[in-house]
Design a protein around this ligand. Structure first.
Ligand code: AHR
Length: 325
């Protein structure tokens, strides 16, 4: 009996030692059932999209049995660089991050490569010419999103002969979604000179800044026909500004946004937004899959593009109750 108890105690201690080794960071053995520690540097908590993305990453790590070290950079590149350096020091198995801006990552990515820690980009791209600095990039095609926004506008105004005055609320300056959504939109509407972007400024992807900038747009431009906001949150802030100025959002000023988070979809269903281009934040499950493959030395595609759609007001009414985020 005594012998049986001591065997159980030894087995229990061995199991505890293995668990402690796995949760300490850097002790992982890869994607084949060994424990993995991932360091994840998030942009911030600037939007409903970002909150949903954080939840998706955290929930998926848990479901995949991956230990997640998570940090919020509060929209500052220097905080992300600090977090990545700290993950390198902690010898995590893999680093994933959503780069707040496109430029300025080469040095820290080289440090991770020298330390033999693989990196996965999620959501946003970097402009580094050396593609060997990261294993894969998982996220949306932001240029395509901008084009979809432009295509709706071209169709909506196909019979108009007067100029169409557009104001644009850009995302965070220097970020991939701001650069690409602007470029894609411009490419499509640029074919017809009646479309005029009369004002364009960053609203930093936040509701508060979207409201503030829209108030300024309204003061200096009496004839705004269309607002193109690079995300729902800025669009929702702008709606407050438009209503505050005594105008009717969705009618006096047509509104196109990107994301399709629940609040945005509600405004679309209510007729305050006219069209939303979807950008999915639910990247967590694919990210964890890719991390396991990378650590198992399996081949992964250099680019994994998220599948997305678009929503009209009628479509928003149909799917609103089942929207996950
Ligand atoms: O990078 C994705 C963008 O970042 C989302 O469209 C926006 O809402 C977020 O803040």
């Amino acid at each position: 009996m005594l012998k049986r108890i001591s065997t159980l105690v030894v087995a229990g201690l061995a199991a505890m030692a293995m668990a402690a080794c796995g949760s300490g960071g850097g002790g992982g053995t890869g994607g084949d059932g060994g424990s993995i520690t991932m360091g994840f540097s998030q942009v911030g908590a600037e939007s409903g999209w970002r909150t949903a993305n954080t939840k998706s990453v955290q929930d998926s790590a848990k479901n995949a049995g991956i230990t997640l070290k998570f940090s919020d950079a509060q929209q500052k590149q220097e905080n992300q660089i600090k977090a990545i350096r700290s993950y390198i020091q902690q010898k995590v198995d893999i680093i994933a991050f959503s780069p707040v801006v496109e430029s300025g990552w080469d040095t820290v990515l080289k440090e991770a490569k020298d330390a033999k820690i693989p990196v996965i980009l999620t959501d946003r791209a970097v402009d580094s010419p050396d593609k060997s600095l990261y294993k894969t990039f998982l996220g949306s095609d932001f240029v395509e999103e901008g084009k979809k926004a432009g295509q709706w506008l071209v169709e909506e105004y196909k019979d108009a002969t007067d100029p169409v005055n557009i104001v644009e609320l850009q995302g965070t300056t220097g970020s991939a979604p701001a650069n690409d959504r602007k470029a894609g939109f411009q490419e499509v509407i640029g074919a017809d000179p009646k479309f005029k972007i009369i004002a364009s400024q960053t609203g930093d992807f936040t509701r508060a800044k979207g409201k503030e900038v829209m108030e300024a747009f309204l003061k200096s431009n009496p004839d705004i026909d269309v607002l193109y906001a690079h995300n729902d949150d800025m669009g929702l802030g702008a709606i407050e500004a438009i209503e505050g100025a005594g105008k009717v959002p969705g009618k006096d000023i047509k509104i196109i946004t990107v994301d399709a988070v629940k609040d945005g979809m509600q405004a679309l269903a209510d007729g305050k937004i006219n069209y939303i281009v979807e950008c999915s934040p639910l990247l967590g499950p694919q990210l964890m899959d890719l991390a396991k493959k990378v650590l198992n030395n399996e081949q992964v595609p250099a680019r994994v593009v998220t599948e997305e759609t678009t929503f009209t007001q009628e479509q928003a009414k149909q799917v609103l109750s089942t929207r996950q985020y």
